[in-house]
Design a protein around this ligand. Structure first.
Ligand code: GLU
Length: 337
């Protein structure tokens, strides 16, 4: 039976054009041009598409996320497609993927892809990645694993993927699990059939969308959550000024096991006292933050991010604040999503 795959294009290097000085501009070509560059189309696949945005993913913003979430929800729930492919810049691909992993129903596969080299490079990787993503989106099994990312023939879960290299083809890794599958020619192989982390239809936020308590309408604004990157020798007066800015939540990318200087620990405990949600994460890529190790999280009222990266921990906190989740439940959500 012919599968219907819908592409939502947002730009990125896959739609980028190299210049003559060795640089390039992301988000130049439209989705039709990307499809025209495919060496062949998978048999029995009918592809439709729309251009949601055309930007480098460093410029992806909340409104693009709302638009993507709303389109994925409509296409999935109204059964308008058998699978969805999202083309995206690689810099923030893992953030968009994780956001969608938390707010879409997972009834059909949703697969992000991009490229490390622009479309007019000597040997672009975009066409192969797009073809691989279309193939994965055709696979019924893909919908059990939440939102997926396909790069360089490797299939990653949105929950675990991280961009670990700036320019090499194998820039993406899934930490700590490893990838969930591989795309080999037209064959899709999955190594696992479920994830430990909650996603899509079981996510607290997809349920909130279903029951109407979370809606990405034009008036909606995700709460203001900011990330503080920790390093040795932080200046106390800088920290005090930073904390005076408006924050509904703070994710702190601590050192080691999410550690903070005594000064920062005290300042952040004071933020919790003032009603700001504070989450400890780590600046280390392969980190897992447990509660109450060197820092007394129970006493200060801190949340801990487990093995979520600071950027993903920020998204989870924004959504938890958006649905006005009570503090004790927030830690449970970090432990499970
Ligand atoms: N900054 C670009 C982007 O994220 C380059 C990364 C890429 O797409 O490979 O869109």
């Amino acid at each position: 039976m012919t599968k219907k795959i819908h592409i939502l294009a947002t730009g990125g290097t896959i739609a980028g054009q190299a210049n003559t000085h060795g640089g390039y501009t992301a988000g130049k070509l439209n989705v039709e041009t990307l499809l025209d560059a495919l060496p062949w189309r998978p048999h029995d696949v009918q592809v439709s598409y729309e251009q949601v945005a055309n930007v480098g993913s460093q410029s992806i913003h909340n409104e693009i996320w709302y638009q993507l979430a709303n389109r994925v929800n409509t296409l999935s729930l109204e059964k308008l497609a058998d699978g969805i492919v999202i083309t995206h810049g690689t810099d923030t691909m893992e953030e968009t993927a994780y956001f969608l992993n938390l707010v879409t129903p997972g009834k059909i596969p949703v697969v992000l892809t991009g490229a490390m080299r622009p479309a007019n490079a000597f040997s672009p990787d975009g066409p192969e990645n797009l073809l691989a993503a279309i193939n994965v989106a055709c696979s019924g099994q893909a919908k059990n694993l939440g939102v997926l990312v396909v790069m360089n023939s490797i299939i990653h879960s949105a929950r675990y993927i991280q961009k670990m290299g700036v320019s090499q083809d194998n820039a993406f890794q899934s930490i700590p699990l490893g990838p969930v599958g591989i795309q080999s020619g037209t064959n899709t192989h999955f190594f696992v059939n479920q994830l430990a982390a909650i996603h899509t239809n079981n996510s607290e936020f997809t349920k909130a969308i279903e029951n109407g308590s979370l809606t990405f309408s034009n008036e909606f604004k995700l709460p203001n959550v900011n990330v503080l990157y920790v390093h040795a020798g932080m200046d106390e007066s800088y920290l005090r000024q930073w904390l005076q800015l408006s924050h509904e939540g703070i994710v702190v990318a601590g050192v080691g096991a999410g550690n903070l200087s005594q000064t920062l620990e005290r300042l952040l405990a004071n933020q919790v006292f003032q009603g700001v949600a504070v989450v400890r994460s780590t600046r280390i890529a392969a980190g897992n933050i447990a509660r109450n190790m060197e820092i007394d999280d129970d006493r200060h009222g801190f949340l801990v991010a487990g093995n979520l990266t600071p950027a993903k921990a920020r998204i989870l906190l924004q959504l938890a604040l958006a649905v006005k989740m009570p503090m004790p439940q927030m830690q449970t959500v970090y432990d499970t999503h």
